[in-house]
Design a protein. Structure first.
Length: 311
């Protein structure tokens, strides 16, 4: 549970150096379709910044809330245009009740439906998509980054918004610099293509990193009465892999351990895994760990099964 200041100092420095270097490369490449490769690079780096913001939000990095909030605002709002206050509140609700129909915003049937009960109650777009939503899943992820940006801005106009001025100013600075630089360096058509590639792949990478964690796992309702350990373990899935998998998924592939100990520094989750897995075996609690491809197969299979009634 001890914090890892040296690790995070290096990781955060590397991520920000890569981010600034990528934008310097963007300016250097200039008016060229090679910018689509720069867009791909920036999508990867933007997601890595998102992973850092995630760890900061869980108080894994800094001891005090103030330091965590400052870092979160800089990495989230200013860095990638993600509203720190909105996302942190939403994510904490998810952690409190993972995969719960009534309380987890990540299984809200706003676009995709996650259970047969949601299918029965669905109308409009969710009902239209639900029939073949497993096939729609990855195409819809191309819009995920845009959704996060829009939701971050919309949150500023709600009465419950905190730090409205600070968050709004940082988001405004981000978008002015982001769109200003792109449309200054590139001609209009190429700039639009750059936006589509960058934001589309940013959304796909984010979605592909979070989807293996809970999608396809049991959906809880008000009738389910589980203790904390079972509520977290039975709704989470670990993804097997080595160092490359850890880096690619921001170490969220140790999702079970992360949900049991959300403020445990990410690099320590691998060390906690054998302890948690052994304890779950000892008390007879199912502990699911699978490969990355298999995790997507299970998630998509669940989505397809949920929509069966409409087929």
């Amino acid at each position: 549970m001890n914090r890892r200041p040296v690790y995070y100092a290096i990781r955060m420095s590397l991520v920000m150096a890569a981010y600034l270097a990528a934008w310097a490369l963007f300016v250097w490449v200039g008016d060229s379709w090679l910018q689509m490769l720069v867009a791909v690079l920036l999508a990867v780096i933007s997601t890595q910044i998102g992973f850092v913001s995630h760890d900061v939000g869980h108080r894994q990095v800094f001891r005090t809330r103030r330091a965590s909030d400052i870092a979160g605002l800089l990495f989230g709002n200013l860095g990638i245009g993600l509203g720190w206050g909105w996302w942190n509140t939403k994510h904490n609700r998810h952690h409190a009740n993972p995969n719960h129909e009534d309380h987890d915003p990540d299984v809200s049937p706003a676009v995709i439906v996650w259970s047969e009960d949601q299918v029965e109650k669905s109308t409009g777009l969710p009902r239209f998509l639900a029939k073949y939503q497993a096939y729609w899943f990855f195409p819809l992820l191309t819009l995920e980054a845009w959704h996060l940006h829009v939701a971050s801005v919309k949150e500023l106009f709600k009465p419950t918004a905190k730090r409205r001025g600070t968050e709004g100013a940082l988001l405004a600075i981000h978008f002015v610099l982001y769109f200003g630089l792109i449309f200054t360096v590139l001609p209009f058509g190429m700039a639009v293509a750059f936006l589509i590639v960058h934001q589309g792949l940013f959304g796909i990478y984010l979605g592909c990193s979070f989807a293996p964690n809970h999608k396809g796992m049991p959906i809880l309702t008000a009738e389910d009465k589980l203790d904390f350990l079972r509520k977290q373990v039975l709704t989470s899935r670990n993804v097997k892999g080595g160092v490359l998998t850890d880096v690619a998924l921001g170490q969220l592939n140790y999702q079970i351990e992360h949900h049991l100990f959300p403020n445990m520094p990410a690099p320590n989750l691998r060390k906690a895994q054998p302890i948690v897995r052994s304890y779950c075996e000892e008390i007879g609690v199912s502990y699911l760990e699978t490969g990355l491809v298999k995790s997507y197969s299970q998630a998509l299979g669940h989505l397809h099964e949920v929509g069966a009634a409409l087929r």
